[in-house]
Design a protein around this ligand. Sequence first.
Ligand SMILES: Cc1cc2nc3c(=O)[nH]c(=O)nc-3n(C[C@H](O)[C@H](O)[C@H](O)COP(=O)(O)OP(=O)(O)OC[C@H]3O[C@@H](n4cnc5c(N)ncnc54)[C@H](O)[C@@H]3O)c2cc1C
Length: 562
Amino acid sequence: MQSLPAQERAAATRLTDPRMSLASANQPPPFEGRNLYLTHRALQDAVAREGAAWAHERLAAWGATLGSAKTFALAARANRYTPELRTHDRFGNRIDEVAFDPGWHELMALAMREGEHSSPWTEPRVGTQVARAAAYLMHAEVENGTQCPLTMTYAGVPVLRRHAHALPWLETTWLPHALARDYDPRSLPVADKTSALIGMGMTERQGGSDVRANTTRAERTGDGAYRLTGHKWFFSAPLCDAHLVLAQAGGGLSCFFMPRFLPDGSRNAVRLQRLKDKLGNRSNASSEVEFDGAMAWLLGDEGRGVPVIIEMVRHTRLDCVIGSAGLIRGAVAQALHHANYRQAFGKTLAEQPLMQNVLADLALEDEAASALALRLARAFEAADDGADSALARLVTPALKYWICKRAPPVVAEALEVLGGNGYVEESILPRLYREAPLNSIWEGSGNVMCLDVQRAARREPMAVDALLAELALVRGADDRLDRHVAALTTTLAGHDSAEADARRQAGAIAVALAGALLVRHAPAGVGDAYCASRLNDSCAGVLGTLPAGVDRAAIIARALPE
Ligand SMILES: Cc1cc2nc3c(=O)[nH]c(=O)nc-3n(C[C@H](O)[C@H](O)[C@H](O)COP(=O)(O)OP(=O)(O)OC[C@H]3O[C@@H](n4cnc5c(N)ncnc54)[C@H](O)[C@@H]3O)c2cc1C
């Protein structure tokens, strides 16, 4: 018999050792039980860089909570035992309730205590959006359905604040409840609760992207309120205590505040028709609803519905970016962990050159997504007329398009790193995989985002200037990046870009900014590998195709969640 090299002999011995239980044979230790923050160096660096170093301890505590076996188990059960619609009580009265698994409620309580739905509004200081973004990103590594009502509440607050002068009870009752941190799932009028969640209803059967096609009617009543009649085809988290809703009033498409309970304590006429049977995001209830003369209050002026709700939409788009960065990290961390232990052909997977190429490529996506998401979060702290605010106008849709589009192929590739284990529900990868396309669809689908990038580039020269100023900070550091930025500058200067090129342009903005951030701030090997692989014409080919000369081992070591 030919003698095996020492390493292979050790592996073979381990595989045949009768003392090893069948269950642990060549299987990695559980991923759960690690700190998602302290094991993510790129995230820690981005937090410090973008002004939230003060949040380090808190994020470390949150990373430990999220990474615990208990939280992973809560997430698994909230997605296995999915919400149930209860339209009527046993006496035949309409109740329009949704029953959730206790795991959902526990996760909601944890995240609200952390302030994912409110911390930037209650803790106004430099880095506040960044700290929240890091907390939210880690949450997305473990569970995604609960993030929907958290995001909508976070995003709804600026709208409520802006319009509180016209409706004083928004200021006295709703805002304090929306900002409160003790989760209160009870179906009660807001005054009887300790906290409240806010949702949004825009999409109708005949059109979601084109909300001008909305047919829900709003008729003014004598007392300044409106009665809404119509439907919403997607109405997520219907258990929110109020929704911001678009409807056609006399003056055109308008935005309304629609509570679940009326001031007299009765239920508003919001009828849940059914829950969607969704690909993923299964812990979260997404409903179809009819408004049967439901009471609502106008926010802003009639006909100004889109400008009013766009402030909420902007913030939800930020969360799509952060959420997809979290999905990417969640999948990549699982893949790196598995490959670090699993042996095949005498070596760990992580030691196999071709697998190293895959893992390093995945790690680059993780580092780029985290860096971009937190840079964008910082831009959301800017004053309305500041350069960063202009930057956000252009970069939000570009990153919403790009990072959300990167998530499905990255998660699929990470899943394959686990081999057959990755295809099995308990590994969490199937859930992340089903979740991955969603952020690209809601809150403005891919094409709609790219057309928005073109619109911003055409109409808002300050936004283009802000992007180019950011990119200029790294000029001269990498020839490939310089050439990419020069070509992008020419494209952005041309006001007659064809719609059909919008994806190419949005993608070019995203990789330019990612390249700039990584070249400036990440270890040299990371920035170099990103420029070598992303700044070519294809921008995003199959993963695992990094060119020779890239320091794969160093990139993997940095991303390893150990
Ligand atoms: C799980 C889930 C939950 C949701 N929850 C909510 C919710 O709580 N509230 C809510 O209001 N909505 C919700 N939505 C709806 C979501 O926001 C819409 O599905 C989305 O905006 C797209 O609208 P649509 O489905 O009508 O597709 P369409 O608008 O018909 O678009 C279909 C496709 O065409 C593309 N497209 C559209 N216009 C153009 C164009 N001019 N050029 C090129 N391509 C174009 C789009 O990018 C998309 O890929 C939810 C959706 C999902 C999947």
